[in-house]
Ligand binder design. Sequence first.
Ligand code: NDP
Length: 516
Amino acid sequence: MHRTYFTTTSAVGTPDVSAAVALPSGKATLPTGLFINNKFVPAVGGETFQTVNPSTEEVICAVSSAQAADVDLAVAAARQAFKTTWGKHCPGTERGKLMFKLADLMEEQAQVLAEVEALDNGKPVKIARDFDIGDSVACLRYYAGWADKIHGQTIETNDLQKLAYTKHEPIGVCGQIIPWNYPIQMWAWKVAPALACGCTIVMKPSELTPLTALMLCELIVQAGFPPGVINCVPGIGSVAGHALTYHLDVDKVAFTGSTLTGRKIMEAAAKSNLKKVTLELGGKSPNLVFESADLDQAANWCLLGITYNMGQDCTAGSRVYVQDTIYDTFLQLLIKKFEQVKVGDPYDEKTFNGPLVSKGQFEKVLGFIDEGKKAGAKVITGGGRQGTKGYFVKPTIFANVTPNMRIVKEEIFGPVLSLASFKTEEEAISLANATTYGLGAGLHSNDAKQCMRVSGALEAGTVWVNQYNLLNNNVPFGGFKQSGIGRELGQYALDNYTAVKAVHFNYGEELEWPPV
Ligand code: NDP
């Protein structure tokens, strides 16, 4: 029998927590409040912060800025929903239906979401629409399919009159802290498995890119999710993020961002209530090109590896090592391809690189470029800002690099590649693994045995063979070494949001007392 579990609440967004913006497809009114219990509300104390268009350096609008008191309200809403309408109170099939509905709504709104992403983040509209949003819709559908397939096991014990079984129960209220580089995709990677498992959510988007996360809240209401299941508290990391990670009624925190903030989150969990933590952190990923590789293809993948999303990518293939016998040929190919990257207006459908996300990120990347030059590395192409307005950076290749240079060791998070050569396979592996990170790694070779050997030796959570930077919603993703804890995506992500309960069931044995 079909049963309706929830009714849709009325439209959200009040005049004081919304802003009108001009988009290529017309004027839009965007929500700018905190989203708690399916309503947009101002911060209790009225605090706001400004979000800036990185193409023009102009303020887009003010957004409510959650403080500790607001986080308390959002966590209370999430707890109430967990105890009443979600969690164990809503069958998986119903959770899945709502998630499918949300995916459909997101797909319908892909163009306007992409335009707002281009406005707030600088991401080219075509990439936002076709990849970020396309993959996020697919991610929601993938986990919607899981929602009624989260089973435990029946386990035989040594006793014939007893039975043991496990249940995979939702962990509870989850704090989810996401970064600015993939605002919609990181939202989907966090929200989708948590909803499928029956958890409720308090989401904190980055202060640099809060707008699309808030637009998605409108879709949450339209899809019919009960109040409190998903809440959103835009705000400053050291205030709203800090409050969430130290909160005593948050059962789990999932985080994507820098390794530095990841450490703070583990510390917060340890010092508060030992909440469960998953971390997806930084990288300094190597891309190895062997002499047997299809060089044109390898150059395409290496280019994609460092210029996709303007290099603001945790798996950016920022260190390319090329076998010495093909180094010169490969370098020429790569230069040609780098110089064809179209950098400019993110609203232009042909743009591949928009601006970096913020003044801070722009200055950080330019600082690394200056430092590389001073340290003796040679700029082969690019090497600075593009234009005079907006945070645009030319895709840059450095050669003559040495392993101790900061541009080779540290995550730059911009379109800056360092290129060096190697002689042997052993040397390539050793260079690739000489990092504290272990998120991604790539290798390009037409020798199948070499591909097997090298992929086995690389210390990274994801290894790409003859490709780079492509992920699938059904394949796990996460880091070795200091690149993180836990896995997102695929069936593996369900472990992050469930607690395993073992039930020992006695249906016959009588206990004689005293037992001896
Ligand atoms: P952060 O790791 O500081 O930011 C990621 C998220 O964490 C944001 O929502 C941020 O909020 C929040 N946050 C910040 N401080 C705290 C805190 N004390 N407690 C809880 N949450 C917090 O990265 P940045 O934006 O500062 O970028 C710095 C560098 O980090 C980049 O240059 C890049 O190297 C790396 N990075 C890596 C990413 C990845 O995908 N692995 C993604 C983004 C950055 P708020 O935005 O308000 O600061």
